[in-house]
Design a protein around this ligand. Structure first.
Ligand code: TNX
Length: 520
């Protein structure tokens, strides 16, 4: 009995200590210990950067402090005479990670590289956001923070085919991704309901394929021009985010086929003109020309080619003489083998452009070369698929529908939005996801690149709905991707996330509050 009491008291003390020792930062840093006193941030605090390599990061901090807190700080490349400055420093001693030191005399961020330094800046901005006493009074409590991400792939996918949201909303999403240290923006730009990227060689893709969306089939064409794409990619890059476009094939191609029906491989009753024609050589030329333009727009050197749900609409393939010819010539015995042939041909086009191929988990057994491929496991109801990916040594991003599909609502009582067979994705379920709960054979851990959430937008008809589904789950996703599992604690997260609700309100986000669900 006595023993239990002591254990309980020890537990309680550790919980209290733990709660106090986590800096108000999301995702929670690896270690944070409070110091004494405060740093008094004023408009005369200079930002000093120790290398020209850091000028862009320094400028980002300057812009954010001005935008959010009306503090016009000066940048300087020469060491300030007085203390009381913010110091950004490249430090060869520290790898990947960053250190952030706040004391009463200075703020110092050091890392061995620009990415680490950027994340140190983000942590500082989060501390500043929580330290404001009055418009001109920012007292940042002293902290010593050491931090590094658990996963290199911390992704978010947005589907703009089913509904289109436009540059401003995408930029704001990128701002929030950066705020939560997410670093991969997977951009689902083509699908049955709309083609959203301008292709100069095939202008009808955007002009005709861009017509309509999931609610209004004849809505005027909406798409991104190549100039807008470049602007968004640049914006993402400033925030240490790589943009990976998805050009879905050979299925989900209805919009493209509206524009250029000569490359259609037909569809099914439910999904008409759903596929590209894998039997025509011209199809490969056409799609390769598209990929050449895509490649020139996205420095990530990765393109996601989809490969999902082809069986929804490949029923007509077997009646196409050219597909039969292809099967005969190449000794392909099933439609799945035709699909694999198609994907390998398109993978070759990407490799020719020195790009990696990404695709959904349907491609786990296609035999794509493991050094140039990344597959995304999405079918939570097919754990075998995940096992096959690892067996085949394929680098994998984890994004199972439960809990990472953000088109599923956050609470059961929601009347509108997705809930399949009683499945929905509350904040805590996103937060509590543990990759190490899977049975990962030893030696295969490195194949797990990270985690990602996907927002499909069939039911997302406007930007309020977008906010309602993304916030605050994006923060839970970030902590799941960044913070070591043993260190996560939902109660502690709850304290930190609630403080972000004020920021959401300030930014006029129509977010979901799981702790007070009747807010809206
Ligand atoms: C499956 S996930 C799809 C999407 C849908 C989504 C709806 C995947 C690779 N394909 O086309 O939008 O389900 O949740």
């Amino acid at each position: 009995m006595k023993f239990h009491l002591i254990t309980f008291l020890l537990y309680l003390t550790s919980q209290l200590l733990f709660a106090q020792a986590t800096a108000p930062i999301i995702p929670a840093p690896t270690t944070s210990s409070p110091g004494d006193g405060f740093f008094h941030l004023t408009e005369s605090t200079p930002i000093f950067y120790s290398s020209t390599l850091l000028k862009e990061e320094a400028h980002y901090l300057q812009k954010e402090l001005l935008r959010k807190h009306q503090l016009p700080l000066a940048l300087t490349a020469s060491k300030p005479q007085k203390d009381k400055s913010i110091l950004l420093k490249l430090d060869t001693e520290i790898d990947e990670s960053y250190q952030l030191l706040v004391s009463d005399s200075e703020i110092k961020i050091s890392s061995s590289n620009e990415e680490g330094l950027f994340y140190g800046i983000i942590s500082l901005i989060q501390l500043v956001d929580q330290s404001k006493l009055s418009p001109k009074e920012i007292l940042i409590p002293a902290w010593e923070i050491k931090d590094a991400p658990m996963y290199q792939w911390r992704g978010f996918m947005l589907d703009e085919s089913r509904h289109f949201f436009g540059t401003e909303k995408v930029k704001s999403l990128l701002d929030w991704m950066a705020y939560y240290k997410l670093n991969k923006f997977h951009w689902h730009l083509t699908d049955a309901q709309g083609w959203r990227i301008e292709i100069l060689k095939y202008p009808k893709l955007a002009l005709v394929g861009g017509i309509g969306n999931n609610t209004t089939p004849y809505a005027p064409a909406q798409f991104y021009t190549q100039e807008q794409i470049k602007e968004i990619v640049r914006y993402a890059n400033e925030r240490n985010i790589e943009v990976i476009p998805e050009i879905d094939m050979p299925g989900h191609a209805t919009a493209a086929n509206k524009a250029y029906p000569e490359f259609s491989g037909g569809g099914s009753e439910k999904y008409p003109e759903f596929t590209f024609n894998p039997g025509k050589e011209e199809t490969y030329q056409y799609l390769t020309d598209i990929l050449k333009e895509v490649n020139a727009l996205f420095p990530s050197q990765m393109v996601h080619l989809g490969g999902d749900e082809v069986s929804f609409g490949n029923q007509q393939w077997s009646s196409l003489p050219e597909v039969n010819q292809l099967m005969h010539t190449n000794n392909l015995l099933s439609l799945k083998e035709v699909e694999d042939y198609f994907m390998k041909r398109m993978a070759d086009s990407l490799f020719m452009l020195n790009n990696k191929i990404l695709a959904w988990d349907e491609m786990a057994e296609t035999g794509l070369p493991t050094e140039n491929s990344i597959l995304l496991w999405w079918r939570h109801d097919k754990p075998q698929q995940f096992a096959t990916l690892l067996e085949n040594d394929i680098p994998t991003v984890i994004c199972p529908r439960i809990p990472f599909y953000f088109d599923f609502v956050q609470q059961e009582s929601d009347q509108y939005g997705r809930k399949w067979g009683g499945n929905f994705n509350p904040l805590e379920r996103v937060y509590s996801f543990e990759t190490n709960a899977f049975d990962i054979p030893s030696g295969k851990e490195k194949l797990i690149l990270g985690v990602q959430a996907n927002l499909w937008t069939e039911t997302v008809t406007n930007t309020d709905r977008l906010d309602y589904l993304i916030f605050p789950r994006i923060a839970a996703l970030a902590e799941t991707a960044w913070t070591e599992t043993e260190q996560k604690n939902f109660k502690d997260f709850e304290v930190r996330i609630k403080k972000h609700f004020d920021l959401y309100e300030k930014a006029s986000l129509y977010f979901f509050d799981p702790f007070e669900p009747h807010r809206h």
